[in-house]
Design a protein around this ligand. Structure first.
Ligand SMILES: Cc1cc2nc3c(=O)[nH]c(=O)nc-3n(C[C@H](O)[C@H](O)[C@H](O)COP(=O)(O)O)c2cc1C
Length: 202
């Protein structure tokens, strides 16, 4: 099984990337056989969507084909969404303009909000509201918010009770995600999914 980790920060050195490293290491401890595809939207900035995406512009094909291939191979996703002025970063929303049902449809996604303070909930709500309609990513009911991000997930062991609780809940969400990853494979393979007649959600 391959897990896609999408890092939504627009900062080259970010807390979201640190959280992603923790997540990858934690998942590896749960299942050594897991593969990963990590897309850091700051390290690999994607151009903003334009109509060339739909008209098959060769420059878009060059950019998107390798990413699309990797996404198709993933059976679940962790989407790390830092809070920028109470919003999900534009780079992350742009990702959801580019990623389609063919890549992420009916696959489970775990949203991980990140805040340097006590915030972090708005991007969770935003993604739950506005990213799934046509892509059909299937956000699992549990999500995570890494608060006081600079103070947690820094070393091999927890530095504080807050750090311990953050790790405990994040690890729980990750274990759940892996089970949804297995379960939703049945949905995709059931023959019921019909993107030809129902290309868009409501
Ligand atoms: C443009 C910008 C806006 C931000 N707005 C918020 C905010 O509204 N709420 C919040 O809790 N943190 C906010 N932050 C701080 C982030 O929580 C902090 O940068 C954190 O480390 C997560 O972002 P990162 O992954 O890019 O490091 C903001 C940061 C930036 C760069």
């Amino acid at each position: 099984m391959k897990v896609g980790i999408i890092i939504g920060s627009q900062r080259k050195v970010s807390q979201s990337a640190k959280v992603a490293r923790y997540i990858q290491s934690s998942l590896t401890k749960v299942d050594l056989s897991l593969g990963f595809y990590v897309l850091d939207l700051a390290a690999t900035p994607l151009p903003f969507w334009d109509e060339g995406v739909w008209s098959g512009d060769p420059s878009w094909q060059k950019i998107w084909s390798p990413i699309s291939k990797e996404l198709k191979e993933c059976s679940s996703f962790v989407v790390i969404a830092p809070e920028y002025h109470g919003m999900a970063p534009a780079a992350l929303k742009n990702f959801f303009l580019l990623a389609t049902k063919d890549e992420i449809g009916h696959k489970p996604g775990l949203i991980v909000g990140v805040s340097s303070g006590r915030g972090g909930s708005y991007p969770v709500v935003e993604l739950r509201t506005s990213s799934y309609k046509n892509s059909r990513i299937n956000w699992i009911p549990d999500h995570m918010i890494v608060r006081n991000a600079e103070q947690v997930l820094n070393a091999d062991t927890a530095a504080s009770e807050d750090d311990r609780l953050t790790r405990d809940r994040l690890d729980y969400c990750l274990r759940l995600l892996l089970q949804y990853g297995r379960a939703l494979t049945l949905v995709r393979e059931s023959g019921v999914v019909d993107f030809k007649n129902h290309p868009n959600g409501l």
